[in-house]
Design a protein around this ligand. Structure first.
Ligand SMILES: [Ca+2]
Length: 168
């Protein structure tokens, strides 16, 4: 597992600090895609959001996506095999193609949207578990994005990802 220091972008217009992570192929039906953003700055998190940029996949029901802060072992599931098990054991077959942000500020249900769109629209969604699990923590440490594809056949890739912190 390689570690690296992330690029830091500071958006001064709204006080959000953005860190960027790398993309790559999502292994199909075995293992998982993982990337890490290592933050050395110490700051108090008030809110976190995660954006998956240019993610493409032909079967959303294969995928579970989570964000983990390694040192505290705090894990939040962004989504988890949409459509499974209530729709079928394969989940929804719809596609991901675009940029998807997950934040507590959105009340758009990802699972419901994944059920009803052949290509799930880019946009802001509520994560399956609340990202407030990270509120009050320090931003420093290793932030891991984990994308697991649990079924072989349909596959995809991630372009890049961002972590946006509201901080004080
Ligand atoms: Ca697959």
């Amino acid at each position: 597992m390689s570690q690296r220091i992330a690029n830091t972008l500071i958006n001064t217009s709204n006080g959000t600090t953005t860190f960027a992570g790398k993309g790559g192929a999502i292994p199909d039906g075995i293992g998982s895609f993982q990337d890490e953003i290592v933050i050395q700055e110490n700051f108090h998190i008030t809110e976190v959001s995660v954006t998956l940029n240019d993610i493409i996949h032909t079967w959303v029901g294969d995928l579970s996506v989570r964000l983990r802060h390694l040192e505290s072992n705090t894990v939040v599931d962004l989504f988890q095999r949409p459509g499974l098990p209530k729709f079928s054991s394969s989940g929804y077959c719809n596609d991901l193609k675009g940029n998807y942000s997950f934040s507590d500020r959105s009340d758009c249900n990802f699972e419901e949207t994944a059920a009803t769109h052949a290509v799930i629209p880019s946009g802001k969604y509520a994560s399956l578990q609340s990202l407030s699990a990270f509120s009050g923590m320090s931003g420093s440490g290793t932030w891991q994005l984990i994308i697991k594809d649990s079924s072989a056949g349909d596959s995809g890739s991630l372009g890049s990802w961002n972590l946006d912190f509201e901080r004080k």
